[in-house]
Design a protein around this ligand. Structure first.
Ligand SMILES: CC(C)(COP(=O)(O)OP(=O)(O)OC[C@H]1O[C@@H](n2cnc3c(N)ncnc32)[C@H](O)[C@@H]1OP(=O)(O)O)[C@@H](O)C(=O)NCCC(=O)NCCS
Length: 178
């Protein structure tokens, strides 16, 4: 619970349109990108161990969400980042690791502790001893949040096919730092 939203389990496949509306505003997604993401999110939620949490206002509006899953080296994301991590001798981070796939908070509700509460609660329930994620490779509020939770850069300037901007891969021991 934060001052303005309750954090709790989210049936993301059921609420995918509300979640993507939040992501579109927070991260900037075109209508076409929302359509593509919709399929990806629904498929991700069928992966073993995939879990999502939502932040909901007292009047029932979803204003933030996070989801992730135990990393699987055969997943698309993992195959893209693996050579970058391997180059630095860090690809062991892909094993026994909980990957944060998305974290987004509605712009009207940012900077009030919701993002921190979501990612901390999701990873607290993970069985894995560490967590990995990718973030656009600039100093952003997201990057600041991740650093404050103990995530460090594992690889920089990672390009995903079709994404115009380079990403950094970050990893942190679990539980996340308070
Ligand atoms: C990243 C994001 C999820 C953080 O959620 P949030 O609810 O705004 O974050 P919190 O209020 O929990 O803030 C946690 C930390 O983030 C950082 N932060 C948040 N807003 C910030 C801002 N405007 N400028 C700099 N740092 C900021 C700070 O480190 C902050 O810690 P502090 O409050 O102890 O100073 C949210 O800003 C967001 O949705 N951004 C756009 C989408 C995005 O980039 N998602 C991540 C993709 S990798």
């Amino acid at each position: 619970m934060t001052d303005e939203a309750a954090i709790g389990p989210l049936d993301l496949a059921e609420h995918v349109d509300e979640a993507l509306a939040v992501q579109a505003l927070a991260f900037g997604l075109s209508a076409d990108e929302v359509g593509v993401r919709r399929h990806i999110v629904v498929r991700h939620m069928t992966c073993p161990g995939a879990r999502a949490l939502g932040a909901t206002t007292p009047d029932g509006r979803l204003v933030g969400f996070v989801y992730g899953m135990p990393n699987d080296r055969t997943h698309w994301w993992s195959t893209i980042v693996e050579p970058h991590l391997r180059r630095h001798g860090r690809d062991g981070w892909l094993d026994d690791s909980f990957v944060i796939t998305e974290l987004h908070v509605h712009p009207d509700h940012q900077a009030r502790g919701i993002g921190r509460a979501l990612i901390t609660a999701l990873t607290d329930a993970a069985a894995e001893p560490r967590s990995i994620l990718s973030a656009i490779d600039v100093e952003s509020p997201a990057r600041g949040l991740y650093r404050s939770l103990g995530y460090v850069d594992l690889a920089e300037q990672v390009l995903f096919p079709s994404a115009p901007r380079a990403y950094a891969v970050m990893g942190a021991p679990l539980p996340l730092r308070r």
